[in-house]
Design a protein around this ligand. Structure first.
Ligand code: EPU
Length: 426
């Protein structure tokens, strides 16, 4: 595998950066293509990421033929009159998001058999809310030899209250409800922009989904679904990561076509820290101050501060003036990057889900390992400002969600290379 070497301390990032389509949008969109029984679903603005390749393989295995034109960032998903019922271990085990094929398979075949999913190590991440929702729609759920099996002669619309606005459960239940008999109401649903993107595609495919983006989503079941064309929404987390990069390096970076509305909580916190934002015709300009101010952040479901920006924000807090607080309420085990940051001189006290971060302008570069996808970006960002050289390993995490991250940073002036790690692991 490769490693990234960053030489930090001086770089002020400058220039423009283009943002890809959202990984967390395109994965459920690919699952949605399984719902069409005829025609082609054409997705554009598709990010070139290892998670997308994995989902392509799974959906293709299940029966919707996938062709990915990487140069055009376009996927053509050709519907099949029949799809398979089993999502096997080898396709599912590496990516938790693959559980969202369960809704479409169950809706089309009246039964689904999906291997229990894997994914980032950021907590136990159960799927009880997905399964309880399917049960309320009339499915019987069993677990057998590492597989979850769901059966329902015909799914029936139901009134489902989610105990927590889970993104994955909301997506899976919307997908299942599109072809169910009658009306499904999801209460306390997730409101993330990726949910809205999914509903938009489904409606183009002939579904009837209303209320996405609010906490109550109403889905009227339809008989059949067909092909459609759709451009994947911009990746707010990639955009946010570059906002933090500019903030940390006294940079001046234009995030092209940035959708500020999708990043309100982050922009608000960074502004509090002294970062300047200007909406321009071609995007959002982000200018970092000489010294960031300390701040308190608590992650929450959208429209709260996103957990997927927690580690990058912690990197910014690590160099701010004074003590900052980070509270993680969405995942119970998402502070592993702070341990790695300690290797760079960070002083942090962690009690349960709360980290007290002491800002330090004398962090030193070190050898560190990515502990999950967003952690990998955060460690690279800290490497940009730490003195000396930082080597970041376990880049398989980075490749799941960031396209050409080091090249984009290099184009903004960072001293960064990605090289083969001859004697390193993974
Ligand atoms: N939860 C349950 N039961 C469930 C489902 C979720 O208890 O049935 C809990 C989880 O354990 C977790 C919390 O609810 O503590 C949030 O989980 P959610 O279902 O909302 O997350 P997800 O669908 O598994 C998506 C993103 C994550 C992102 C979260 C939260 C995708 C593919 N993944 O995961 O993205 O952190 O929503 O916003 O959309 C990332 O991109 O780095 C990433 C991890």
């Amino acid at each position: 595998m490769d490693k990234i070497i960053v030489k930090g301390g001086q770089t002020k990032l400058q220039g423009e950066v283009e943002i890809e389509g959202a990984k967390n949008a395109v994965l459920p969109l690919l699952a949605a293509t399984l719902l069409a029984s005829k025609g082609e679903v054409v997705l554009t603005n598709v990010p070139i990421l290892s998670d997308v390749f994995m989902m392509n393989n799974l959906v293709d295995h299940l029966g919707t033929s996938i062709s990915f034109d990487q140069e055009a960032k376009k996927i053509i998903a050709k519907a099949n009159s029949e799809i398979k019922t089993t999502a096997p271990y080898e396709y599912v085990s590496k990516m938790r998001a693959s559980i969202v094929v369960m809704g479409p398979i169950l809706a089309r075949n009246g039964q689904a058999r999906v291997s229990m999913p894997g994914g980032c190590s950021i907590g136990s991440r159960p799927i009880d809310l997905h399964l309880r929702g399917f049960e309320q729609m009339g499915a019987t759920i069993t677990q057998n030899a590492g597989y979850i099996e769901a059966k329902a002669d015909k799914l029936k619309g139901a009134h489902i209250y989610l105990d927590f606005p889970s993104v994955g459960a909301t997506q899976n239940l919307i997908l299942a409800a599109t072809l169910a008999e009658g009306v499904t109401t999801l209460e306390n649903a997730a409101r993330e922009p990726e949910i809205v993107d999914l509903a938009n595609l489904l409606n183009k495919m002939g579904a009837n989904v209303k209320g996405a983006g609010t906490d109550t989503i109403i889905i009227k079941g339809v008989e059949k679904m067909h092909g459609a064309k759709h451009s994947v929404v911009q990746d707010r987390i990639e955009a946010g990561t570059f906002m933090v990069a500019a903030a940390m390096t006294q940079g001046d970076v234009l995030i092209k076509d940035a959708i500020a509305e999708h990043n309100r909580p982050l922009i608000s916190k960074l502004s509090e820290m002294g970062v300047n934002f200007t909406q321009e015709e071609t995007g959002l300009r982000v200018v970092g101050p000489e010294k960031l101010k300390a701040t308190s952040v608590k992650t929450l479901p959208h429209p709260g501060f996103p957990t997927d920006m927690q580690s990058q924000m912690a990197a910014a807090q690590a160099i701010a003036a004074g003590e900052s607080v980070m509270v993680e309420t969405v995942f119970e085990n998402r502070f592993k990057h702070l341990e790695e940051m300690r290797r760079m001189g960070l002083e942090v006290d962690i009690t349960r889900n709360t980290a007290l971060i002491q800002g330090n302008s004398n962090l030193q570069g070190a050898a560190v390992k990515s502990t999950d996808l967003r952690a990998s970006a955060a460690l690279i960002l800290l490497g940009l400002v730490a003195k000396g050289q930082t080597t970041v390993r376990r880049l398989s995490h980075l490749d799941r969600g960031y396209y050409k991250f080091h090249e984009k940073l290099k184009a903004l002036g960072a001293d960064i290379v990605r090289v083969k790690d001859e004697d390193g692991e993974e």
